[in-house]
Design a protein around this ligand. Structure first.
Ligand SMILES: Nc1ncnc2c1ncn2[C@@H]1O[C@H](COP(=O)(O)OP(=O)(O)OP(=O)(O)O)[C@@H](O)[C@H]1O
Length: 268
């Protein structure tokens, strides 16, 4: 049997903390992601979600345990990985076209090829006609579309997303979630999507991984057997969705409460 696309096996990440001691952000975390699978990772604030992503991206080496991509130990940034973060990497001094073309250019494609690919993706994310605009001339939602095109233009096989839509208003956010599902559905890419928002996690994913309060480890994994294609706002109103929500929230709530208590005692 082929190995999972992404596999964390009892992965642990420790950081040196200011006082010379060590802070464990992730402890013995095990999870798998299959090719083409959309996995959402939820957990309380500061529990170690971003650190978990950085282990997969190779930006941080694991302190113990194993992190495998395509069955091989991650030692540096693996090929075919795309990222999208809360604050996007759109360059304000470059036009939309130049922003989206920058990835293919960086990978050595000719200017003409990079621009042609960029123009295609700009149109796929619904921004045809805005190629010459600069980021400050766009709305927050449009800038997210640019960021999405910037990420997808390199046709990643793994897409790592860290709360990419959390800064958007509720309606734009729902639009972007639908856009992401539409674009992802034809791509065959696996997605690891970190979010605070359980609604978002369920609406988008095939599987929701609930992490414990820090240090993060896997508390529960829930399959999301909702049909695709999905329209997120309609989906949220269905009985099936609400039942999944209350089930998963039951698991997450205990961790959120623990994190709040910890936070309160840190501040006290
Ligand atoms: N480079 C680093 N050096 C030291 N400590 C770090 C580093 N990166 C993260 N941490 C610590 O690890 C813990 C987990 O952080 P992380 O950002 O992974 O959590 P998170 O769940 O993504 O947070 P949030 O919900 O706020 O986005 C935190 O206590 C954080 O301070």
């Amino acid at each position: 049997m082929a190995p999972p696309l992404i596999e964390l096996i009892r992965a642990t990440k420790r950081f040196p903390s200011g006082s010379g001691s060590v802070h464990t952000a992730v402890r013995e975390l095990s999870m798998t992601v299959e090719p083409g699978q959309f996995v959402a990772v939820v957990g309380p604030t500061g529990c170690g979600k971003s650190t978990t992503l950085s282990l997969v991206s190779g930006l941080q080496p694991a302190s113990a345990g194993r992190v495998l991509v395509h069955g091989t130990e991650v030692k540096s940034i693996p090929d075919g990985v795309g990222y999208m973060f809360q604050t996007d990497a759109v360059m304000p001094w470059r036009s939309v076209l130049e922003n989206v073309a920058s990835g293919p250019r960086f990978r050595g494609e000719s200017k003409a090829d990079a621009r042609a690919k960029a123009a295609d993706w700009i149109s796929r994310v619904g921004l045809a006609g805005f190629e010459k605009y600069y980021p400050h001339q766009l709305s927050g939602g449009m800038r997210k579309r640019v960021a999405l095109a910037q990420t997808l233009v390199t046709e990643p096989k793994i897409l790592l997303m860290d709360e990419p839509f959390s800064a958007l208003d509720v309606q734009t956010r729902a639009l972007m979630q639908d856009e992401l599902l539409r674009l992802w559905s034809g791509s065959g890419a696996a997605v690891v999507f970190v979010t605070h928002d359980l609604d978002e996690a369920i609406a988008l994913s095939d599987k929701v991984v609930v992490l414990t309060t820090g240090p993060a480890t896997v508390k529960d994994v829930f399959e999301i057997p909702l049909e695709r294609p999905r329209k997120v706002e309609e989906l949220r109103l269905t009985e099936e969705f609400r039942a999944l929500y209350s089930n998963i929230w039951e698991s997450l709530r205990g961790e959120v409460d623990k994190a709040r208590q910890k936070g309160a005692s840190n501040v006290a």
